[in-house]
Ligand binder design. Structure first.
Ligand SMILES: Cc1cc2nc3c(=O)[nH]c(=O)nc-3n(C[C@H](O)[C@H](O)[C@H](O)COP(=O)(O)OP(=O)(O)OC[C@H]3O[C@@H](n4cnc5c(N)ncnc54)[C@H](O)[C@@H]3O)c2cc1C
Length: 492
């Protein structure tokens, strides 16, 4: 369906972390041979992130890491990030309203709970309003370009609704502050305005979009660059994922859920054929603690998908790409900084001030990520999040004082600095759906290309729907909000 458009290796940027214009050099790097990555499992000793390593932030860190292993489950979910736990949450929701038999599910996580990209990211929940609309319309058609926006709003609304209906606003530090894209050059603004017009002409809802000239930006935010403001949130991703895990676990509905952290799946093999049926086990997952027999397998492993699925390594699959973040104290008050989250356009930087709590001083901590393009190879094919890049670190330290003169101190050192591994795909979109012919009962939702917060939760929902449809012998119908080009069977 999209083969023509997808055949060209086009890395379209949606991401906070993505490079906005991918040129020949970046494409060359993208084609680096997969063998250059020595190890496809998460490294055991990652850098400490603000989200994971703040006191009491991760009570589920070592859940199910000792004692007996669940050796048998209807659905085995590999990975405990946003995607894996969303899949479990949605399975539980879908089963609650059906006449299906109860199911058992197990989540297997290589490291601590939610210690991959979701626990190490920038915390932005920013659904795109119109950016890159023209590119998508040109490559895939207007309908698909609109569904690229729809999935992000569906995800973002879904997350915010759960947080609000469960009363988790304070627990997950939900901030409804909006998001500003700041333009560091004229071309970026021209391109953004063309995207805005194309999206507007196609019928996208753009009523919240607010363009700001340099004077406006200077008086409101203290930066002498123009920008555009859209609706957006930020939150504590790990705490949201813990929240939906707890909701799912405690529901006592038709899904019994088990979690085993510090239990990497090192390999998998097909089980001898068994009588067909709901509880027929097709796959054996091997871990250092024993093996687990499963009917369905969900690969929610994002950057690490290539370990268990060798065909996902390399430019046609998912390329591990390291992002870096600092948490740095501002010189200005929370009122001066406002609650807005930011990204630079063009560029790769993204930041927002953390809400203050009573125990902190009056100057907010700002979470700032990006700078990857300054490192050799743009940190592509780097799977080690146990170290930071000094080059990227130096760039990040100098960034905010230059953009907001007087609000940040050039000599101040970050309070924390960490890395995390993103899963990049050549077209910038995740793979969602059945893994393929030789993998009966296996599904994947991975490859969010640095822009997973407004997509991963909904992609987990889509995979949960597919599994329930398969179980009940029904044909799965794609929801209107899901871009068709994400589906595994539509990939080149
Ligand atoms: C530095 C950084 C900044 C980012 N900033 C933003 C942002 O501000 N906004 C945004 O929208 N997106 C951002 N992203 C992207 C976003 O975090 C991801 O797209 C999203 O979290 C992906 O969720 P996931 O559950 O698919 O993957 P992950 O959270 O990476 O989860 C995958 C899990 O699988 C586990 N795993 C892997 N292999 C195995 C195995 N064989 N056995 C068992 N477990 C395994 C891993 O340990 C990991 O916990 C950022 C990412 C990074 C790294």
């Amino acid at each position: 369906m999209f083969a023509g458009a997808l055949g060209a290796l086009v890395a379209v940027s949606l991401a906070h972390e993505a490079v906005y214009a991918v040129g020949p050099v970046a494409q060359e790097i993208f084609r680096q041979p997969a063998e250059d990555v020595p190890e496809w499992l998460p490294v055991p000793n990652p850098t400490k992130s603000f989200w994971i390593d703040s006191p009491d932030a991760n009570p589920l860190a070592s859940e199910g890491s000792s004692g007996s292993l669940t050796t048998d489950a209807d659905v085995c979910i590999i990975g405990s990030g946003m995607t894996g736990i969303s899949t479990a949450y949605h399975l539980s929701e879908l089963l609650a309203d059906s006449s299906n038999d109860p199911l058992s599910a197990v989540v297997l996580e290589a490291r601590d709970f939610c210690s991959g990209a979701t626990g190490r990211n920038g915390g932005h929940l920013t659904p795109r309003a119109f950016m890159k609309f023209s590119t998508y319309a040109e490559l895939y058609g207007e309908h698909e370009a609109l569904s690229s926006l729809a999935i992000e709003h569906h995800t973002s609304n879904g997350i915010v609704n759960i947080v609000k209906s469960a009363g988790l606003e304070l627990a997950v530090d939900l901030v409804e502050g909006g998001h500003v894209d700041v333009f560091f050059d004229e071309e970026s603004e021209i391109e953004a305005r063309a995207d805005y017009k194309a999206a507007h002409d196609a019928g996208a809802d753009l009523q919240d979009v607010q363009w700001m000239d340099k004077e406006d930006m200077l008086s409101k935010f203290g930066t002498a660059n123009s920008g555009v403001r859209i609706s957006a949130h930020n939150l504590w991703p790990l705490k949201f994922v813990s929240g939906i895990y707890n909701i799912t676990k405690l529901k006592r509905g038709k899904l019994s859920l088990h979690l085993h952290t510090r239990t990497p799946v090192t390999s998998m093999s097909a089980l001898d054929s068994q009588p067909a049926g709901l509880h027929s086990r097709r796959w054996n997952l091997t871990t250092p603690r024993g093996s687990v027999a499963c009917s369905y397998v969900v690969h929610a492993t994002n950057a690490y998908a290539g370990h268990l699925l060798p065909h996902m390594r390399g430019s046609k699959g998912i390329v591990p790409t390291r992002g870096q973040i600092i948490a740095i104290r501002a010189n200005a008050s929370a009122d001066e900084l406002t609650k807005v989250s930011w990204s630079g356009n063009p560029g790769t930087e993204y930041w927002f001030p953390r809400p203050l709590n009573a125990t902190e001083g009056e100057k907010p901590l700002v979470i700032l990520g990006g700078g990857r393009v300054h490192a050799p190879g743009h940190e592509r094919f780097v799977i080690d999040d146990s170290t930071v890049s000094p080059v990227v670190g130096e760039f990040l330290r100098g960034f905010l004082p230059d953009v907001f003169p007087g609000k940040f101190d050039k000599a101040r050192e970050p309070e924390m600095e960490w890395t995390g591994i993103m899963g990049y795909t050549s077209q910038g979109d995740p793979f969602v759906g059945p893994v393929g012919e030789d993998y009966d009962g296996q599904y994947i939702s991975a490859g969010f290309t640095g822009h997973g917060m407004p997509r991963a939760f909904a992609c987990g929902e889509a995979v949960a729907q597919m599994i329930v449809a398969n179980l009940t012998g029904q044909t799965w119908t794609a929801p209107a909000w899901l871009p068709q080009r994400y589906l595994t069977w539509n990939r080149p």
